[in-house]
Ligand binder design. Structure first.
Ligand SMILES: *Cc1c(COP(=O)(O)O)cnc(C)c1O
Length: 462
C-alpha cells in the first residue's frame, strides 16, 4: 500500500487550467464605480497587463513559463499522501488521500501564485510589490517570491496578527520584506481609520485598501499590488495542485476521486485542487466537491450573492460573489484564518451552478480533528487546513456507515508550526464556538442594498 506518491520533476504540469473556459453559465462581469463593466485598462494602475490578461482570459489552458517552473521545482511536484493511519483509526473502508502543500518553503500553497505573480510583474518592468496579509501566510509567501526574483516587497499586516503572531512577520523580515501593522500612518486610508477608531484590531479589508493605495500612489509607476486569493488569475495558478493530484491518483490506479475537499477563505487552495475535477464533473463525472468554511465567517453557506467591493474603503471594482459585506469584521475569538468577507467569483459561480457544495464547521470540531490528525498521521496542520481534515473525517465516517469504498481527496493547504498559539488555546480550553448571529449578518450585509444587484445565472443541470 503506497503511502506517498511522487511525480518525477519532468511530469510537472506545463499548463494551468482555466475553469472560466468551461463554466456552463457565464460569470457576471466586474463593475466600476459607475456601475458599468470595467475594461482591462481600469485595472492597469493596480496590476501589470500580463496578469490582467490572465484575469480576463477564457482560454482553457495557459502555458506555465519555463522560468516559473524552474522556481516551482524547488518543492514541486508536491507529494500526494495517503492517510493510512487515520483510515485505520476510523475503521473506514474509504481511502483518504491528501495533496501535501505544506512542503513549500513558506509552508503553504500560497507560493504557487506568489512566484508567478512576482515573475509576471518583473517581466512587466515592476520593481516593487505591495500586499496585505492576515495571519501572515500570504505576506510570507510573497516576501519569499520577491526575494527570489529580486523585487522589493511591502506588506500591510492586520494589526491584531502583527501584535499576536510575530513569527510570520519575522519570516517576512528574513526574506527581506518591509512589514508594517495595518491600519498604518503611511496611507490616507490607514490614517482615516485610525482617526475614527485608534484601537481597531484591523481587518483584511482595511489592509487591502492600504496596499492598493500604496501601489497606485507611487509616482514612478514601478509599484503594483498583489492579491493572494479571490481573483481569477490566482485560482488559475493554483490549479497545478489538482493537475498533479490527477496524475498521482492515476499512478495508483484511481480513475477519479468520489469526494474532493478544500477549506475556503478566499477560495484559492480549494479552487487549485478542485477545478480540474469540476471540469470532469461538467463533462459528466460523478464527484462530490466540497468547500469548507468556518461558522464564524459563513460566506458560501449563509451570505447573499451580490455585487460588493473587495476592501473596506470601497476602492476595488465590484465583484459578483457571496459576501458578508465589505465592512465585515470577524470575531477575534475565532483563532483560524479563513476570515475574508468575500469569496473567489469563480468558486461562487461553481456553487451557484450546483457543481460545488459548501459547508461550515465550528472551530472546536476543527481543532479536535487537527489533534486526531496529529495523533494518527503525526503532522500538525494549519488551523485553516483543519477544516478540510474535519470534513474528510466526516466523509470517511459516512463511508464506514454506508459500507462504501470511496476515494476521498483533500487539500492539505499548509502546516501549523507557526500557529501553535491557537493549538495551545484549544488545549487549555480557551476556545469556544461562534456562529455569526443572523442580526450581525444582516447588519454587515445591509450596505449591499445600495450597490448594483447581481442576478446569479445557472443552467439547473446540477
Ligand atoms: C491562506 C490560507 C488558506 C485560505 O486561503 P484560500 O485562498 O481560501 O486558500 C487556507 N490554508 C492555508 C494554509 C492558508 O495559508
Amino acid at each position: 500500500m503506497e503511502q506517498k506518491i511522487f511525480l518525477k520533476e519532468s511530469d510537472i504540469p506545463k499548463q494551468w487550467y482555466n475553469l472560466a473556459a468551461d463554466l456552463p453559465s457565464p460569470m457576471l462581469p466586474p463593475l466600476g464605480p459607475d456601475g458599468k463593466p470595467i475594461g482591462p485598462e481600469m485595472l492597469a494602475p493596480v496590476f501589470p497587463m500580463n496578469l490582467i490578461e490572465q484575469e480576463v482570459s477564457t482560454q482553457r489552458w495557459i502555458d506555465i513559463p519555463e522560468e516559473i517552473l524552474d522556481i516551482l521545482y524547488r518543492w514541486r511536484p508536491a507529494p500526494l499522501r495517503r492517510a493510512v493511519n487515520l483510515e485505520k483509526y476510523l475503521k473506514t473502508p474509504a481511502k483518504i488521500y491528501y495533496k501535501d502543500e505544506s512542503t513549500s518553503p513558506p509552508g503553504s500553497h500560497k507560493p504557487n501564485t506568489a512566484v508567478p505573480q512576482a515573475w509576471y510583474n518583473k517581466q512587466f518592468g515592476i520593481k516593487r510589490l505591495t500586499t496585505e496579509t492576515g495571519a501572515g501566510q500570504w505576506g510570507s509567501a510573497l516576501a519569499f517570491a520577491c526575494k527570489l526574483l529580486g523585487l522589493e516587497c511591502k506588506v500591510f499586516m492586520v494589526r491584531i496578527s502583527f501584535d499576536q503572531k510575530p513569527f510570520r512577520k519575522f519570516m517576512m523580515q528574513v526574506w527581506g520584506a518591509n512589514c508594517v501593522a495595518s491600519p498604518s500612518n503611511e496611507t490616507n486610508a490607514g490614517r482615516k481609520i485610525l482617526a475614527e477608531s485608534p484601537d481597531t484590531p484591523g481587518s483584511l479589508g482595511m489592509a487591502i485598501s492600504e496596499a492598493v493605495e500604496a501601489a497606485v500612489s507611487d509616482k514612478s509607476g514601478k509599484t503594483r499590488y498583489s492579491l493572494g486569493s479571490v481573483l481569477n488569475h490566482v485560482m488559475l495558478h493554483q490549479t497545478i495542485i489538482g493537475l498533479e493530484a490527477k496524475k498521482q491518483l492515476a499512478m495508483v490506479g484511481i480513475k477519479k476521486p468520489d469526494v474532493v475537499i478544500g477549506c475556503a477563505g478566499g477560495g484559492s487552495n480549494f479552487a487549485g485542487l478542485s477545478f480540474p475535477f469540476v471540469a470532469d464533473k461538467i463533462n459528466g463525472a460523478n464527484i462530490k466537491i466540497v468547500a469548507v468554511e468556518p461558522t464564524a465567517c459563513p460566506t458560501l453557506t449563509r451570505a447573499p450573492f451580490a455585487y460588493d467591493f473587495g476592501d473596506t474603503a470601497c476602492t476595488t471594482p465590484l465583484l459578483a460573489m457571496y459576501t458578508l459585506g465589505h465592512a465585515f469584521v470577524p470575531q477575534p475569538i475565532h483563532a483560524g484564518g479563513l476570515r475574508y468577507h468575500g469569496m473567489a467569483p469563480l468558486v461562487c459561480q461553481g456553487v451557484v451552478e450546483g457543481l460545488i457544495e459548501a459547508k461550515s464547521l465550528n472551530q472546536t470540531k476543527c481543532y479536535e480533528s487537527a489533534l486526531l490528525w496529529a495523533h494518527t498521521e503525526g503532522f500538525i496542520c494549519a488551523p485553516e487546513t483543519s477544516h478540510a481534515v474535519a470534513a474528510a473525517i466526516d466523509e470517511a465516517v459516512k463511508a464506514r456507515e454506508e459500507g462504501k469504498e470511496k476515494t476521498i481527496l483533500f487539500n492539505y493547504s499548509g502546516h501549523g508550526l507557526m500557529d501553535l498559539v491557537g493549538y495551545n488555546k484549544f488545549i487549555e480550553g480557551q476556545l469556544s464556538d461562534y456562529e455569526l448571529p443572523q442580526e450581525e449578518l444582516e447588519k454587515f450585509t445591509s450596505c449591499l442594498r445600495d450597490l448594483p444587484q447581481a442576478k446569479p445565472q445557472k443552467t439547473g443541470k446540477w
